[in-house]
Ligand binder design. Structure first.
Ligand code: ZN
Length: 371
């Protein structure tokens, strides 16, 4: 007997089974060496309320329904915070197609995100936005979120670090509460809210930075950092994850193609911090603790990260062959169905990393959260 069965959309069950099927396939593919990247283990059971609660609609009638409303099968019309006008008009005149809707919960908020295939004009030339122009080298780091070749320093917001004290208090209160009690439930909710807030602040900072870079420069040069490897180093892990360096790269890949600028990813082994940006000589004696780059040949003394950023910028002039925009950014690819935006881990070659953004893109757009 399953008395709750009729009350739910059948998609809620099939979404779970679909994920299990995918997880099992990844597991067996990894075992048989058919899958690249990190080894995938046997799928673990995801308990309601413990894992990320979500399910996905792929059939039925769902989509925007009015200005700030969304319709979902079985649930009905739900009021949301974000205006639906842009999506509604794109759907109406055929510039966008809905591929699915995912309903998920973070802390106490419910979200619905639509997977949308969008026809998007990708500008060949730098768009109407004004650009301070030229190339900019971006040195991503732990000490600062980014240092630009212009000398500008974008401070690491360290949202996690500032919230850490509150997180500690909240998680201590949680652990001390009695299992199964009302108090524990409340404290778990409070802890989740702090985590969600940190994540939202971080996301906002990163988007602000990457949008500005993509809009105001023709060419953006970043280093091909091995972020996954750095995060595995337990001394660096928290700081690295806090800045979201990998996320900066991922966002730059698609935003440069939106705004008609270009992303260049320098080879992982390019010695950007060891080379003098003045005379081009290497300084092999530079250590990680040296904050200032001092050149033994020409006597240049400049901030270590600015030096690296300038070297990255000058790389564009040195070789055009390193250039990689979002791969296939100008290619017309007709998509039959949804295309994964994320790429399989571990398949990217140096200098060719990043997700492909074809002109018609299946974009996951976080649209809104329901009240
Ligand atoms: Zn020099």
């Amino acid at each position: 007997m399953a008395p709750w069965w009729a009350g739910c959309s059948k998609e809620a069950f099939s979404a779970g089974l679909d994920r299990l099927a995918r997880a099992l396939k990844s597991f067996s593919d990894a075992k048989n060496g058919k899958r690249k990247g990190r080894r995938v283990g046997f799928p673990r059971f995801k308990k309601r309320g413990k894992a990320r609660d979500s399910f996905r609609y792929t059939t039925g009638v769902y989509g925007p329904a009015g200005d700030r409303r969304v319709k979902l099968p079985r649930i009905g019309r739900v009021r949301v915070h974000e205006p639906m006008g842009a999506l509604t008009s794109r759907l109406a005149d055929g510039r966008a197609r809905l591929l699915g809707a995912t309903v998920s919960r973070t802390a106490r908020r419910w979200f619905v995100s639509f997977t949308v295939e969008v026809d998007r004009e990708i500008p060949d030339t730098p768009s109407r936005r004004q650009r301070t122009g030229g190339a900019v080298g971006v040195d991503l780091g732990v000490k600062h979120l980014a240092v630009l070749s212009t000398g500008e320093t974008i401070p690491n917001p360290r949202h996690l670090a500032t919230s850490l004290r509150r997180l500690r208090t909240a998680s201590r209160a949680y652990t001390r509460s009695k299992p199964g009690s009302v108090g524990r439930h409340k404290r778990a909710a409070r802890l989740a809210r702090i985590h969600a807030r940190v994540a939202a602040q971080r996301r906002d900072g990163l988007h602000t930075l990457t949008t500005r870079l993509a809009k105001t420069h023709d060419v953006i040069v970043v280093e091909d950092l091995h972020v996954a490897g750095m995060a595995r180093n337990r001394h660096l892990a928290r700081a690295v994850s806090d800045t979201g360096m990998a996320e900066v790269r991922r966002q730059l890949v698609y935003k440069t193609s939106w705004y008609g600028s270009r992303l260049v990813v320098a080879d992982r082994w390019y010695p950007s911090s060891r080379t003098c940006s003045g005379c081009g000589r290497r300084n092999p004696s530079l250590t990680l603790s040296d904050r200032t780059f001092t050149c033994p040949s020409c006597g240049l003394a400049v901030d270590r990260d600015v030096n690296a950023a300038v070297n990255l910028r000058d790389l564009v002039a040195a070789s055009a062959s390193e250039t990689q925009n979002a791969r296939g950014g100008d290619r017309k690819t007709a998509l039959a169905r949804q295309v994964p935006v994320k790429r399989e881990p571990g398949t990217a070659r140096a200098g060719q990393t990043g997700g492909a953004i074809p002109s018609r893109v299946a974009a996951r757009q976080r649209l809104t959260h329901a009240s």
